[in-house]
Design a protein around this ligand. Structure first.
Ligand code: MN
Ligand code: MN
Length: 311
């Protein structure tokens, strides 16, 4: 359980996600919160390496209970959650870091523990997908992002915008069973058609503004039928609500809308979850880190939905 909220100040003591205990012992664990402090693969502003720290800091305000919509929800009453700490990536070296991330997260997945990963730039999702696909085979992807991240490797080099092109080429996600939400901006214009041609169901930010939360969730439920990996790039949200990120794009989702989208996911066959591209150096009053921390908690509530209280 998280530290007793009635004893001691919430901002004191060692900082773990939502004050859950830190552990690398995976016995009797349902969910491991894992940090990947890496941002070597960005094409614009760096800073997401501080994401796990920023999200953990902001998560001090997450209490072991929550009220929505009108009911008391207690994620930790049915899920045993530990903070696994950060993966020891090698600053400056993308591919050696991929190896380390994949092997560490494979250990978690093979132990039957759900990985809830705090990035890091979006490049970290590739080794996470590889680790999950070893167990599940080709997966569905639910991808929240301003960018399709479907650019081809240039000169054989990975960056944070090549993740899903490589994942499709490797056969570890099935684009025909995958949905991208929030796509917009001048950079994305060059690649969104290629993502659609590959088979992704793309809900651009303009589509989303027209069709709203419910219709988007309907498409997700209809298409995402394989083991489902959820990857949430915080820049899917408008920079008015999430300024602390490397490549902000205007006219995105509101914090309310992304919370409602995540809350609409219970019952899907989840394989893994990450939240990436939170860059605290550009944040203002911690609003981005606070949103990311809350979205991670909302996702825990999705996993907890329908589960019995543990003894
Ligand atoms: Mn991205
Ligand atoms: Mn993005």
């Amino acid at each position: 359980m998280p530290a007793d909220w009635q004893r001691g100040p919430r901002y004191g003591g060692p900082y773990t996600f939502a004050r859950v205990p830190t552990s690398r012992d995976l016995s009797n664990v349902d969910v491991a919160v894992v940090g990947v402090p890496m941002d070597m693969a960005v094409r614009y502003r760096s800073g997401a390496r501080m994401g796990p720290r920023g999200i953990r800091d902001a998560s001090g305000q997450l209490w072991p209970h929550d009220l929505a919509p009108g009911e008391l929800r207690e994620p930790f009453a049915s899920l045993r959650v530990v903070d696994y700490g950060d993966i020891e990536v090698v600053p400056g070296y993308i591919e050696p870091s991929y190896e380390i991330i994949q092997s560490e997260v494979s250990r978690i997945v093979e132990a039957g523990v759900f990985p809830l990963v705090l990035g890091g730039d979006h490049s970290i999702t590739l080794p996470l997908l590889r680790a999950c696909a070893r167990k599940y085979g080709a997966m569905s992807l639910l991808h929240f992002d301003a960018h399709p991240d479907f650019w081809p490797l240039r000169g054989g080099y990975h960056h944070h915008g090549t993740v899903f092109r490589v994942a499709v080429d490797e056969g570890i996600i099935d684009p025909a069973a995958s949905v991208q939400v929030g796509i917009r901006g001048s950079i994305s214009a060059t690649i969104v058609d290629a993502a659609r041609e590959a088979g992704f169901h793309v809900v651009t930010a303009d589509d989303f503004a027209r069709q709203g939360v419910e219709k988007t969730l309907e498409a997700v439920r209809q298409l995402c039928t394989k083991p489902l990996y959820v990857s949430l790039d915080i820049d899917c949200v408008d920079p008015a609500f999430a300024p602390g990120t490397g490549t902000p794009e205007v006219a995105g989702l509101t914090s309310r809308e992304i919370v409602d989208l995540v809350r609409g996911l219970p019952g899907l066959p989840f394989a893994g979850f990450d939240i990436v591209e939170v860059a605290p150096p550009y944040d203002s009053a911690e609003i981005t880190a606070l949103l990311a921390a809350n979205l991670a908690l909302e996702f825990l509530l999705v996993l907890a939905a329908g589960r019995r209280k543990r003894p």
